[in-house]
Design a binder for this molecule. Sequence first.
Ligand SMILES: Cc1cc2nc3c(=O)[nH]c(=O)nc-3n(C[C@H](O)[C@H](O)[C@H](O)COP(=O)(O)OP(=O)(O)OC[C@H]3O[C@@H](n4cnc5c(N)ncnc54)[C@H](O)[C@@H]3O)c2cc1C
Length: 265
Amino acid sequence: MAVDPPKKVVVCGGGVIGVCTAYFLAKKGASVTLIEKSNIACAASGKAGGFLALDWCDGGPMEHLARTSFNLHRTLSEELNGPQSYGYRSLAALSLTVTEESKRSTSTSTSSSSSSALPSWVDGPAHGPKTIGTHETTAQVHPQLFTRTLIENAVEKYGVKIVIGKLERLEVEGGRVESVVLEGGNVVDVDAVVLALGPWSSKLELLSSRFRVSGLKAHSIVLEPKEPNAITPHALFLSYNAFDRRVPLDPEVYPRPTGKSKPLL
Ligand SMILES: Cc1cc2nc3c(=O)[nH]c(=O)nc-3n(C[C@H](O)[C@H](O)[C@H](O)COP(=O)(O)OP(=O)(O)OC[C@H]3O[C@@H](n4cnc5c(N)ncnc54)[C@H](O)[C@@H]3O)c2cc1C
C-alpha cells in the first residue's frame, strides 16, 4: 500500500508561536520548514517576562487555551528538562502598592516593607501585598531559552529545516497557497503555510486585508542583583504611585532562577 508523503508545511516567523507550531507539526509527521527573517526569538519572544498563569483567563474566551497551555508547559518541561534547559519553575505572584512620598523619602525609606508576606528583597515603601498566584497556578520560563530549546529539539529530533530569509508574498491558486516567495526570489513549494509573523503580520497584504493586527510596545530592563541567592521566586505586579504623577504606573517584576530580575515598565 502506498504511503502518503508527509505534508510540506512552511511556518513563517521564528518567534515562540512559529517555533511551537513547527515543533508540534513536525512531531506529528509533517515535513516542516521554518522561515525567519532575522534570528530565532529575536523579537518579543526573546524579551518577554516568560510568565505563565493557569487561571487568569478564566471566564473569558481564552480560558481553555490558557489552561491547556499552562499544562502543556508542565509536560514539555518534563520532556525537555525545562528547569535546566530554560529556567522553567513554579513561583508565587503578588500584587502590591508602592507609594513614593518624595524623591528624598523614597531613596531612604524602608518603612512599610516589613510585612511578612513580602519577599525579603523588597525594600522601600511597599504595602498591601496580596497573593494572586501560587506555585500551583503560576510559573515562568526564560522565553528566549525556551524558544531556542524547542527549535533545537525540532531540528534534531523531527527534522525541521530553518531558512533565514524574509517572506515576501504567497502564491495563491484557486484559494490554495501553492508556494511562498522569499525576498531575493527564492520560491518554496508548500501544501500548507502557517503565518506567525507577530506584529509584522500587518505587512502581509493577504493578512491585513482580513484582520487588523497591530503591535503593542512595552519596555523591559534586566537587573543583576548583588546577592542572586537572596532573590526568591516571587513575581511582583505593582501599582506604583510616583510622587510626581497622578496616574499610577504598573511595572511587573519577574525574578529569574539565575538571580537576574526583569522588570517590565
Ligand atoms: C516586554 C514584553 C513582555 C512580555 N511578557 C510576557 C509574559 O510574561 N508572558 C506571556 O505569555 N507573554 C508575554 N509577552 C507577550 C509575548 O512575548 C508575545 O505574545 C509572543 O512573544 C509573541 O510571539 P510571536 O511568535 O507571535 O511573535 P514574535 O516574537 O514577534 O515573532 C515574530 C517573528 O516573525 C519574524 N518575521 C516577521 N516578519 C517576517 C517575514 N516577512 N519573514 C520571516 N520572518 C518574519 C520576526 O523576525 C520574529 O522573529 C510579553 C511581550 C513583551 C514585549
